[in-house]
Design a protein around this ligand. Structure first.
Ligand SMILES: [Zn+2]
Length: 385
């Protein structure tokens, strides 16, 4: 492909003219026929890569376009404003399809909530490679807050003793550094798992089936540094893993990413502050941005089937770990939770029975709950998972 331009292998430096298409820095308005006929379909447009000249097609609305031949990334920040993204990184992919399934299988059998032999009982249905664009906003969120704390004080002595409510002014500060990831596309539901990897969002989803005591098992995405382990963007690295054809273009420009990260951090600090005092009267957050980088994250989206249901797992192909996943809760985890709850209730009735001498009903209740726990355990043992 890239052989077509410049008559050779030398990449042109920067946005210079390309022989067969003089305006390499102008978006070529391919969709001349943008009439009512294809209103529903998004327009496919084309520009030339400013480095190698290869034609880059993109969908209308996409603003961050990476050349799959040479790896140069171009950002369309409004008309006439086409820039090459310099701070451009890649988390190099280290696992292919089979290894990704291996990582997901390992995850499927770890932890209290999952059954140890779950990986042997699932069928892998879908494996999809994607190289996702993220803007990483390196910034500090600084919040000053003030409010009133409700308290009580005791007045008087002896018979005249009484307590009164009183309010005390309180204030504080929250300062935290972030490498906040902003997914560079509008629709986070387009691909499974994207919305779960934002810091603080639920990323592990246990499937309890019809079990009612749903205690724990879910997990929130950590605030981790997506830039850790990064290298300068290299198309060759992606080619090695056969992932270069799966680069997803971004739609969100750098400027919008900054604003969006700032807003989310302001929201998050606001939530944190709510718990600091009875009444918050003032919150002020400032965001200090140190820099913004574009990083591509290679992932595998896997879908497996278990007992007639499909579940998804998202594997980080660079760090070789599960980023987000759904899994059925194992029968023994359910039995353990059930037994703990029922045996606790049985114990409470046993205590009541021992202090209320003579009454038979607390002993009966103790027996009912105790036997239920045993029965549930036996039923679990016979039931197939
Ligand atoms: Zn190129």
């Amino acid at each position: 492909m890239p052989e077509e331009k410049n008559g050779g292998s030398e990449p042109a430096e920067g946005p210079v003219d390309i022989p067969q298409n003089g305006e390499s820095t102008e978006p070529v308005e391919t969709p001349a026929e943008s009439t009512a006929a294809d209103d529903i379909k998004p327009d496919i447009r084309e520009i030339s890569c400013s480095n190698c000249g290869a034609p880059l097609s993109y969908m209308e609305g996409e603003a961050v376009i990476t050349c799959e031949y040479c790896g140069t990334t171009t950002m369309l920040a409004g008309y006439d404003n086409i820039v090459t993204v310099e701070s451009h990184f890649l988390l190099p992919p280290k696992v292919g399809r089979d290894e990704a399934i291996g990582i997901a299988s390992g995850w499927l059998k770890t932890g209290f909530y999952k059954s140890k032999d779950l990986p042997n009982k699932v069928t892998w249905r879908k494996t999809e490679a994607r190289v996702l664009p993220y803007w990483i906003v390196r910034c500090t969120g600084n919040t000053r807050w003030s409010g009133m704390q409700k308290g009580t004080k005791t007045l008087g002595e002896g018979k005249n003793k009484k307590t009164e409510t009183c309010w005390e002014p309180v204030q504080g500060r929250i300062t935290e550094d972030y490498t906040w990831p902003v997914y560079a596309r509008e629709d986070t539901s387009e691909f499974w798992g994207i919305r779960n990897i934002e810091p603080g969002k639920q990323c592990v989803f246990p499937d309890w089936g019809r079990f009612i005591f749903r205690l724990g098992g879910s997990k929130k995405a950590p605030n981790k540094d997506l830039l850790e382990g990064k290298m300068d963007f290299s198309i060759d690295e992606l080619k090695k893993a056969n992932m270069h054809e799966h680069i997803i273009n971004g739609q969100i420009t750098q400027e919008r990413a900054e604003t969006s990260a700032g807003n989310r951090i302001i929201e998050m600090h606001q939530e944190k502050v709510e718990s600091k005092a009875t009444k918050i009267t003032d919150v002020d957050t400032t965001i200090d941005v140190q820099g913004v980088d574009l990083v591509y994250l290679p992932v595998w989206e896997l879908v497996y089937n278990f007992a007639g249901r499909d579940y998804s797992v998202l594997v980080d192909a660079s760090r070789q770990e599960v980023l987000s996943g759904e899994a059925p809760v194992g029968k023994w985890a359910k039995a353990t939770i059930f037994d703990i709850i029922f045996l606790l209730i049985a114990a409470i009735f046993a205590v009541i029975a021992s202090i209320s001498e003579g009454a038979a009903w607390p002993w009966i209740a103790t027996g009912v709950f105790g036997v239920s726990a045993i029965a549930y355990t036996i039923w679990t043992a016979t039931m197939k998972e």
